[in-house]
Write a protein that binds this ligand. Sequence first.
Ligand code: EPU
Length: 419
Amino acid sequence: MPKFIISGQKPLSGTIAVGGAKNMALKVIPATILAAGKTTIKNLPNIEDVDKSLELIVELGAKIERGKNFVEIDTSGINQIDFPTKLADKFRTSVMFVGPILVRLGEAKFPHPGGCVIGAGGRPIDLFLEGFKAFGAEIQMTDRDYHITAKNLHGADYFFTTVSVTVTESLMMTATLIPGKTILRNCAMEPEIEALAEYLNSQGAQISGAGTATITIEGVEKISAGECQIIPDRIEAGSFALLAAASRSEITITNCNPKHLLSLLSIFTKIGIPYEAGADYLKMKAATDIKPYDIKTHEYPGFPTDLQSPYLVLMTQANGTSLVQETIYDRRLLWTDMLSQMGANIIMCDPHRVVVNGPAKLYGKRLISPDIRAGIALVIAALIADGVTEIDNIYQIDRGYEKLDERLIALGADIKRVE
Ligand code: EPU
């Protein structure tokens, strides 16, 4: 299994460009199924999760042509209702294909989607199923798979008892082709949801309110294929900003949208991390005195769970004590054990809260990346640590960060990929 070998404490500086948002790409690829024709997706990140998504759409009958950071998907030949288990159960966003296949072909058969380790009970899909039922779909479950059929789909008025990003997106895109009016209430409000709605509307969908808690969709008979531009990845941008802050480096982050990172930037201002934000760049300046600050993860526009782990590394360098609370996922703080092995002073109060006592000197260690965001946090910790850190299972990092090693080497990092 490939690993990173990182020699820490090298001075970092320069410019790093942000790629397209993983969490938009993984929804736009299945959304192309809603139209029968050729769609070009631009600013597509070359990452493992996108590879799997494209593999799945091909298995379902599409043809693709892939170039550097774009793909052309021809969905005219979509004809498979049966998701190949070996592929679909490997990644969670395979479930995003269910709605489009259901409205396009009338039924879908799929296994429980797999993915990473951060949620309790293997991350449920109950809300997806509940939403499809609200549209009138019938669901049969066996111990092997789910079988969903649609005879008379109709619009629905649906309230999310748990705010969910992917379920909001799934029901929104499915309702695009369902006759009648759908109102989704207590929706997630992430920028990727708004961008997905803008793309679908540009092809003929009638969606209003995306990016707010109430989304209304007037079903249309069909939408056309066309072109979609993926927005910059705000989590990648935030991860690089936290890397610059924790390593006290001057790094300019380009191709990003700082407006999507206000929760993080407002904390930077409070804790003494200097930066300058433009319309599409973030210039990080070297921090001197880093103050501690408590955070609690929250749905957008609150502090993103996906930045909790790199933020925790920053707090190991702050002068004082901070409390980090994870409210979205049950198992997303377990990785902090590895940060403690590196020398951090972290006390786990319960599975949702840790106290970090800074500043702590970190030392190189042999570690295993448990999930994508803990993975990037370990890379940041390794870059500021004394000595050599070996991070195994970097497949989990490649899932979301394109050629991370090459981009960090360009900033001055000493990082080797060992196959
Ligand atoms: N949930 C349910 N039932 C469901 C679906 C979700 O109970 O059917 C629960 C989850 O277990 C979780 C909560 O709802 O406790 C919120 O999860 P959500 O559904 O919002 O997460 P998601 O849509 O599966 C997306 C991102 C995550 C990001 C969260 C932020 C994608 C592909 N994934 O996940 O990204 O952390 O929103 O809420 O968009 C990542 O990029 O590292 C990542 C995990």
